[in-house]
Design a protein around this ligand. Sequence first.
Ligand code: CDT
Length: 313
Amino acid sequence: MRELVIGAAQLGAINKDDSRESVVTRMLALLDQAALRGCDLVVFPELALTTFFPRWYMEDQAEVDTWFEREMPGPATQPLFDFCREHGIAISFGYAELTPEGHHFNTSILTDKTGRIVGKYRKIHLPGHVEFDTERDFQHLEKRYFEPGDLGFGVWRNLGAVMGMCICNDRRWPETWRMMGLQGVELVALGYNTPSVNSQNRTEGERERLFHSELSIQAGAYQNATWAVAVAKAGVEDGFPLMAGSIIVDPNGFVVARAETNGDELISHRCDLDACQFGKRTIFDFARHRRIEHYGLITSRTGAEAPPEHDDA
Ligand code: CDT
């Protein structure tokens, strides 16, 4: 049996004034717990080092860039990598990446147990908008501050498993999961910052948002016979609530661990990677059952186009 103890390290609120160092201290406290539980891999949320800054409208690029990391590891994050090496724990976390060429991405990385970065993913499905939107209760400016990821949906052999990553909104898109499924993924690590209320529909609250999140993750895991680790940044950041509900999902789509609080919280589960094999060899044996001759629209058409109306009387 190939087993890994996987930790999902949910973070509670990070306010605008909280320093990277203070957040890393909180992450290290969760890693201490993870070490005691024998975790092999610990997954942290999207944009783990800062508040969810895309809710704030900014025009000054120099101000925007203060939320980004120019190097990874950098001075503030080095202790996380040191911890990996000293304790033999792999980690994955999200951050805003500013490349030497000046590109801005919503990124997550995956390390091995020595703290070496073995995988990088840049968020592809960026939600939200570019300009200030007076119709919304609050802003979601990811399309303003980030470029769509340019690395595709990769997977990496790590800790004896095939691992992939995606970020927040990506989890709602079956294409995300299938791209990794087609590369034999066995564990998908994903972090999220999901506002507890839909800024464009006040009747869609935490109950509905948790439902849609779990629906997407459970379906993605089941339909691709993979483990999934979904980790929230939760709590109320400067008055703006983010939903919690971090979960670990098995390759049959069942939730096997779930966070109970809105704060810093570690959940964990011993995951049998070989449990992916049954689904991959039977109902989701892609090689036998997929019919790619009928999937052309998936890559040739972006938006939905209904057929022209006609009088069918
Ligand atoms: N961070 C992120 O991607 N959040 C989105 C909110 C969508 S509403 C603009 C999510 O899918 O959870």
